[in-house]
Design a protein. Structure first.
Length: 171
């Protein structure tokens, strides 16, 4: 069966898989099709319907069928990239990870909502059309828009870093 693989940049391509193929085998297939230098299987995260696919599971177990769309994220160098883009923020997060992660978790946002000031006192943010497209793609991965926006902005509007953080820390 053929499935569609979509990158964060919106590039789509088809690959041939079998229902009993493991996620690890599909990652190898993508590596072969797209090249090991750009899409190494060890650094791929595959997402289907907002769920991160585990290597040991099969396409059928993950309800991936003909013409299903799988999102792919490459994790290589995300920490290094963030450190280059905003060293002070990177150091703050690295040294305060235990305190930083809960701030971005959904429960924290729900509590903050209850304590929020009236709407007219809220900060108004403007995002570009490109930023809005990135936010929409992250939201399409199955995350709440407010959480996506917070993480996207905390990651200096870097879609790849935001996606990695969402997948690793937001459940």
């Amino acid at each position: 069966m053929k499935i569609i693989v979509k990158t964060l940049k919106g590039i789509r391509f088809e690959i041939e898989v079998k229902p009993n193929d493991s996620v690890a085998e599909v990652k190898k297939n993508i590596e072969t099709v797209m090249g090991a230098s750009e899409h190494p299987s060890a650094q791929q995260i595959l997402i289907h319907k907002g769920e991160k696919l585990r290597d040991e599971t099969t396409m059928e177990a993950n309800k991936v069928f003909e013409k299903s769309v799988i999102a792919i994220i490459i994790t290589k160098g995300c920490e290094e990239e963030m450190e280059k883009q905003n060293p002070p923020l990177f150091q703050t997060i690295r040294h305060n990870n235990a305190g930083f992660v809960p701030v971005l978790n959904k429960e924290s946002f729900e509590r903050d909502n209850e304590l929020a000031q009236p709407e007219e006192d809220l900060l108004q943010l403007q995002v570009t059309a490109v930023d809005d497209e990135a936010i929409n793609r992250l939201e399409a991965m199955g995350f709440d828009r407010r959480v996506v926006l917070e993480v996207f902005l905390a990651r200096n509007k870097n879609e790849q870093l935001a996606a990695n953080f969402l997948l690793d820390h937001i459940h």
